[in-house]
Design a protein around this ligand. Structure first.
Ligand SMILES: *Cc1c(COP(=O)(O)O)cnc(C)c1O
Length: 239
C-alpha cells in the first residue's frame, strides 16, 4: 500500500513539474505578459490524488459539479486550497455553490448571477466571478454569446455581492491545438473591449482559457488561468 501511494505521489508531482515548465516556456514566448495561475481540475479525481497535488504545491482547484465536490470535500483537509467552480450551475444550486466554492468561474446567465448575488449578500460575502462566453459550437452549449457579453456584464455589474474579474471560455476541441488560437484571441479581444468601457466594479484582469491539450496556445494569447485535468492526473474514465 505504502509503495503504491508513493508512486502515485511522484506521478502527480512529476506531471506538475513538466506542466510548469511548459507554462513558463509559453509565458516566455508571450513576452512574460502575465502571471499564469494553474487551476487543477479535479472532476472524477479521488481525494487522495487531489491531496497529492496539494502536497506537490497546487493551491487552486476546479470542480465542475456541486454534488461531486460536496461528496469529496469531507475527505479533504487542504487549508490553503482555493476552490473554483468551472462547470455549468443550475440556479437551484446557486446558494450551495456560494457556500462551497471560493470563486465561480462559469457564470453564464443574468438569472444565475442574480441568484448568486442574492445568496452571497445573505452570507455577507462578495463572490469573485468570471463570465463564461460561448465561442464555437462543439465543446459546450453553456456560456453567453459574445455579441451579448458586454450588455450582460453591464447588467451583472449592478449586483453588489459579485465581483466580475474577467472572462472564461471552453472552445471546441480541435487538433492541432493551433486551430483553437482564434477562439482564445477572440476572448481576449472581447475582454479588452469590455475593459475599455470602464464599468464600475468590473475588472477584466482574468482570462480563464486553455485546457490540457491547448493551454500553451492559450497562454500565448494572454490566458491568466489555465484549467488542467488530464495533464496532471492522467485520462479520466468515461462518464
Ligand atoms: C474537465 C475540464 C477541464 C480540464 O480538461 P482537461 O482536458 O482534462 O485538461 C477544464 N475546464 C473545464 C470547464 C472542464 O470541465
Amino acid at each position: 500500500m505504502r509503495a503504491m501511494k508513493e508512486i502515485g505521489t511522484v506521478a502527480v508531482a512529476e506531471n506538475l513539474a513538466r506542466v510548469q515548465e511548459r507554462i513558463e516556456a509559453a509565458r516566455r514566448r508571450a513576452g512574460w505578459r502575465s502571471e499564469v495561475r494553474l487551476v487543477a481540475v479535479t472532476k472524477q479525481v479521488p481525494p487522495e490524488r487531489i491531496a497529492e497535488a496539494y502536497r506537490a504545491g497546487v493551491r487552486h482547484f476546479g470542480e465542475n459539479r456541486v454534488q461531486e465536490f460536496e461528496d469529496k470535500r469531507r475527505w479533504l483537509v487542504l487549508p490553503e486550497a482555493v476552490w473554483h467552480l468551472v462547470g455549468h450551475l443550475q440556479t437551484n444550486k446557486a446558494r450551495r455553490a456560494v457556500e462551497l466554492f471560493d470563486r465561480l468561474d462559469s457564470l453564464d446567465s443574468a438569472r444565475l448571477a442574480e441568484k448568486i448575488a442574492g445568496a452571497a449578500a445573505a452570507m455577507k460575502r462578495t463572490v469573485p466571478v468570471l463570465v463564461q462566453v460561448h465561442l464555437g459550437e462543439e465543446a459546450t452549449k453553456h456560456g453567453i454569446e459574445p455579441e451579448l457579453a458586454l450588455e450582460m456584464v453591464e447588467q451583472m455589474a449592478r449586483l453588489e455581492a459579485i465581483a466580475i474579474e474577467g472572462l472564461m471560455t471552453m472552445p471546441p476541441f480541435l487538433e492541432p491545438a493551433e486551430r483553437v488560437r482564434p477562439y482564445f484571441r477572440r476572448l481576449r479581444e472581447l475582454a479588452e473591449e469590455i475593459d475599455r468601457r470602464r464599468l464600475p466594479s468590473v475588472r477584466m484582469s482574468e482570462l480563464s482559457m486553455g485546457m490540457s491539450h491547448d493551454f500553451e496556445v492559450a497562454i500565448e494569447e494572454g490566458a491568466t488561468q489555465v484549467r488542467l485535468g488530464t495533464a496532471l492526473f492522467g485520462p479520466r474514465p468515461a462518464r
